[in-house]
Design a protein around this ligand. Structure first.
Ligand code: FE2
Ligand code: FE2
Length: 290
């Protein structure tokens, strides 16, 4: 089994788009086409972003010393993008709370997972970030490649998710390249073993926690028991089947020579930029997370 390692494209520029969503108009409680399960899984995901993405930034920045100049620049842009994502998902989560959802259980679960990872050496946090950034990038790819996922969503909220997806694709190589740099003196076998182990661990937690989080939000909408499980599993694994559709891309992570940019999906970025409402605003000052 062989695969060619293609590094991050030399002409890739990571451009923070400082956009704000949902400030002018109200977000309906069941913003995803009135669907309890669709709203629940996206809301469960969004709950993880403010603290989760701050954790990604902290994990990557811990290894920026001695990074080659191009990677150092990319880490800076990645930091800015993730800080704005945290801000926008925090605002979105407040709107969800304002419409009556109690997110506290979901937030406590994210904090619990992060505390466990933070108790390990910093390289474990970087490995977890690198694995989760691949996860995010393949979700983002699917979200933009297949308009069906957000077609029924409230316009402004669907725009928030598309914007986030585009930037996740754009910076998908940063945590990975930082990992390659940080472990450059490791033997190949050790690198692969740690990488694979961490990916299996974070995937298990991601699937279990997001499923539990979505079921909790569905319970708050009065959908429980077998009915809730059946509707959620159908949505995630069958139609539109996001988890099923990313399975192949997830597996590629384990191939020798894997790199996130082996799959050059910048056509999705170009399509996003060309779509209405995508206004890149480079150069605006944004407060970075510490
Ligand atoms: Fe993000
Ligand atoms: Fe990211």
């Amino acid at each position: 089994m062989t695969a060619t390692t293609l590094p991050t494209p030399a002409d890739l520029s990571i451009t923070p788009r400082d956009r704000r969503f949902g400030r002018e108009s109200a977000t309906p409680r069941l913003w995803h086409g009135g669907s309890v399960e669709a709203t629940a899984i996206y809301n469960a995901l969004s709950t993880t972003f403010p603290v989760g993405e701050a954790f990604f930034v902290e994990s990557v920045r811990a290894f920026r010393e001695g990074a080659p100049p191009k990677l150092a620049e990319e880490i800076k842009a990645f930091t800015t993008q993730e800080a704005i994502h945290s801000r926008e998902h925090d605002a979105f989560n407040k709107r969800a709370a304002g419409s009556g959802y109690d997110l506290s259980k979901l937030e406590a679960q994210v904090e619990k997972r992060l505390a466990i990872t933070r108790s390990r050496p910093p390289i474990v946090s970087l490995a977890a970030t690198m694995a989760l950034e691949h996860f995010t990038a393949i979700l983002a790819h699917q979200l933009l490649a297949n308009p069906r996922h957000l077609a029924a969503g409230d316009q402004e909220t669907a725009d928030l998710w598309r914007w986030h997806a585009a930037e996740e694709i754009e910076h998908k190589g940063v945590a990975y390249d930082t990992w390659l740099h940080a472990t450059r003196h490791w033997p190949r076998g050790k690198r692969w073993k740690v990488k694979a182990k961490v990916m299996l661990y974070v995937t298990r937690n991601f699937v279990v926690d997001r499923t539990a989080g979505a079921l909790e939000l569905m319970r708050q909408d009065g959908v429980t028991g077998f009915n809730a499980w059946a509707r959620l599993l159908w949505y995630l694994w069958v139609r539109p089947g996001m988890f099923r559709k990313i399975a192949g891309a997830w597996l590629k992570f384990f191939l020798p020579g894997f790199h996130p940019w082996n799959e050059d999906d910048r056509h999705l970025l170009r399509a996003y930029e060309a779509s209405a409402g995508a206004v890149p605003q480079p150069g605006r000052k944004v407060r970075r997370s510490a």
